[in-house]
Design a protein around this ligand. Sequence first.
Ligand code: F3S
Length: 818
Amino acid sequence: IKFYSLNKLDYDVHSLPYSLRILVENVLRHLNNGIVTEEHLANIFERKGEIPFYPARIIMQDYTGVPAVVDLAAMRDYVAEKGGDPSKVNPEIPVELVIDHSLIVLYHGTKYSLEENMKAELNANKERYSLLKWASKAFKNFRVVPPGKGIIHQINVEHLARIVFYENGLAYPDTVLGTDSHTPMVNGIGVLGWGVGGIEAEAALLGQPYYMRVPEVVGVVLEGEPSPEVTPTDIVLTITEKLRKKGVVGKFLEYTGNLEALSAFDRAVIANMTPENGATVGYFPIDGETIRFIELTRGKKKAKLVEKYAKLNLMFREEEPKYDDVVKIDLSKVEPSVAGPTHPEDRIPLKKLKESFKPKKKVKIVLEGEHEVEDGIVALAAIASCTNTSNPFNILAAALLAKKAVERGLKVKPWVKTSFTPGSRVVVKYLENLGLMSYLEALGFHVNGFACASCIGNSGPLKREVEEAIGEGLVATAVISGNRNFRRRVNPLIEHTYLASPPLVVAFAIAGRINIDFEREPLAYDPNGKPVYLRDIMPTREEIKGLEKIVGEEMFKEIYSNLFESPYWDMIKANEGELFEWDDKSSYIRKPPFFELEPLKGDIKGARVLVFLGDRISTDDISPAGKIDPESPAGKYLRELGVDNLHTYGARRGNHEVMMRGTFARFKTIYWPTGEEMSVYDAAMRYKQEGIPVIIIAGKQYGVGSSRDWAAKGPALLGVKAVIAESFERIHRSNLVGMGILPLQFKDPSVRKELDGSEVYDIIGLDDLYPGKTVKVIARKPGKTVEFEAIVRLETPIEVEYIRHGGILKYAVSRLLS
Ligand code: F3S
């Protein structure tokens, strides 16, 4: 094997955390390419500054992937218009897009539910899927996993991740950036990767480096053995609680200590919830268990290659590195738990659950007879989400519990909507082989889809009678085997969601309420009136472990042999040319005019403030994801198109007309030349008509929250040339630069208090931009002129290039055309 060897470095690689060794290899492989230098290598060892990072591949899901594909399609058009060869516009590294976010659980509880939900999904998403299907044929290096195959992170762990690339005789570590926050799940099998925003991913797939601060690495030392009644979910909820308390935001975590106590599947569960503890990465170094997992999922040959490479290049776990900080977690103290009702880090030991929830209201509902129910009823019990549904231990525990419950004659309470949406088809394979699927189905847990479903809020309607009771003020709860439980995340009517292991999801469906003391109260009574307690039907660790052996290599081979094909996908029509055929009537997909935007040429003269903002403006404030108000500019535009179901901004990210109208949708602003109050969109259009440049003024932490790319794309389309803020959030700052908007920081933050947004602005000194330059700003209004300095928040020479070209997309296209 040929590889860039860490052995030959003068630095002390042996004490470097394993996750950073992968960054070192990345720098070595790109050294002296005009961007990467020896200094970057030193930065990693000294944990300072930034490095340019080149991921080996990109993964996307459909919510974030559609806008990225729209941009690439528009880029091809632009290249063709300029006389270039559009077929040259392609991702330079492999991109895999998994369609998993759009399925809604409209049907449940029958053997037809899966097919009915999938048909409804295809019908509702035809336009978006047609674009993706076109892209899968038109672009090199771009593959689409059709709907109905599973959830992005589980498919990544079980199949897509290469762990080690081996191409043209050269071996190097698999590294991945994903446009989804739970990308770190793959850290569980020794792959370094994390979630990024859409513009960053687009830049990376076009061959640009991703700039990252060298992180501190916290060693998470796992001690002891988990006790027999504990599931991997209990372990991850405990870790999440502990790490949140410690504070690990923005750091790399690296697990160490008694890793032998955890299977690779368990490690993936723990790595999955990395965003919930706040870290960027939750890395498990490659060891014997990783190799065993690779053999199971990818065969012996691949496993041997990974083992050989990792051992030769100091990436196989042997020695104990030095961490910047350490936290210890005793696995023997983990107890059965849930987390909720609104934060994943709020763990509640199962034995304290009853006292944590005090019901107040009681109502009668008629559903298979009359029942008096009270606050805390379980309205939704969902075995769902990427976190837990591909972990065989968890799933077999749920199925065995279902079997024992059915054998004792127990049923699910009639007010509970049950749902099973596994993240991988392998799961159903072994459940069927073991004859256990029928027991889950007997309790209503039929497969409703292989998708995110309830986890992303697509849980569909609850039982009608329950919805009515909620309307009368009853507090209903949801139990889900997922990773997030913010208010109304899983269902718009549910404020209280509890995260729990798959067997507990089944148990709660039988109990029908959240406020139960499993120790003292029976789950239910059998047909003979005998009480049945959770302990009576909870399978033992030995029972589960015994069954786990059935999960074999041939199952992964069979399921993943046709990952990119599906009869449902065949039904989607798509054009086959090099260029996408845009449909002027589509309300979901439109050709964005990013390539027509004028780049910043020099000083900004006579600018007006489009919006004058305070501190902590989030990306959701800038570009909301939720429902579209029919009276808003976006709502009016859609109604004019004749659209009845306005849907959400999140689902319409492929249509810039909706998204630019939705930018700052919650704000009103003043059109200063006349003093009229109006929507931000309307004001921007007036300024555009008059040829007046616009800027934004904001306080501290501008762009806090998610890495939403539309929070930069929207303002760019509204004509914003610069944002002057007291400080910027890291990812949003780079998204602004990516869209050609200049970030400027008040040198003296107190100046903002002297301004009110009514001024006319000149920004002087933009002719020769460079990182950190100080420029002059003059703000004039009748009777007052304020002059102040602002720092150019560009961090590298390449960012100057992005601004000069009008953003990353235009920069990339200019390289292609030259
Ligand atoms: Fe999907 Fe939920 Fe995971 S939205 S990717 S299942 S966190």
